[in-house]
Design a protein around this ligand. Sequence first.
Ligand code: SF4
Ligand code: SF4
Length: 194
Amino acid sequence: MQSVNQYFLNIYIAIKSVLIGMSITFRHLFTKSVTVQYPRERLPIPGTSRNLLLNKIEDCIGCDQCVRVCPVNCITMDTIKVFPEDDLGLASDGSKKRLWLPRFDIDMAKCCYCGLCTYPCPTECLIMTDEYEYATYERNDLVFKFTDLDPIQIAELKEKDHIRSMEKEKKKLETAKQAAAKPGKNGGKSGEGT
Ligand code: SF4
Ligand code: SF4
C-alpha cells in the first residue's frame, strides 16, 4: 500500500514541478527581454567607453606627448623635421606642422585602454573610437599604422634627412677646423714680445 502511495506522490511531485517551470516560462513570455541578440542587435556604447584608438594623422603635430605618457610603450612614432621647401600647413589648434610622420603605430595588443594618451594631445587628434570588434588571429594585425606617407615617400624623406645630417656634420667639422686654425687670445703674435 505504501509503495502505491509513493507512486502517486512521485507523479504529483513531477506534475507540480513541470507546472511551476511552465508558469515561470509563461510569465517571462510577457516581460521585457534583458539580453540582446548580438551581433544582430547591439546595446548603445557609453560615451566614456574605451575602445580602438584612432589618430587623425592629418592633424597630428608629432609632439610626442602621447608616446611619453603611455605606461606600456605601445605607441611608436618616428619624425623627420621639415625641409625649408616643405609646407605642411597648420593643425587644428593653429600650430604650424613642423614634422613629417613616417611612422605612427599603436600596438593595440599591448594597450591597456587607460586612455592617458588622449588627454595631453594638443590637437585632439588621438581619440577613442566606438570600435571594439577587432579580434584577429594574427598578432601583427593589432598594430595599427596611421602614417599617411607611402613607402616611397618615406624612403625619399629618410634619404634627404640623412644627407642633411651629413652636411650638418661636415659644417660642424669645418667650423671646428677653422676655429682651431685661428690664433687664440693669448696665442700667435698678439701673445708675443711682452
Ligand atoms: S590607452 Fe593607455 S595603454 Fe593604450 S595607447 Fe593610450 S596610453 Fe597607451
Ligand atoms: S599627442 Fe597628439 S599631436 Fe602629439 S604626437 Fe600624439 S597624437 Fe600627435
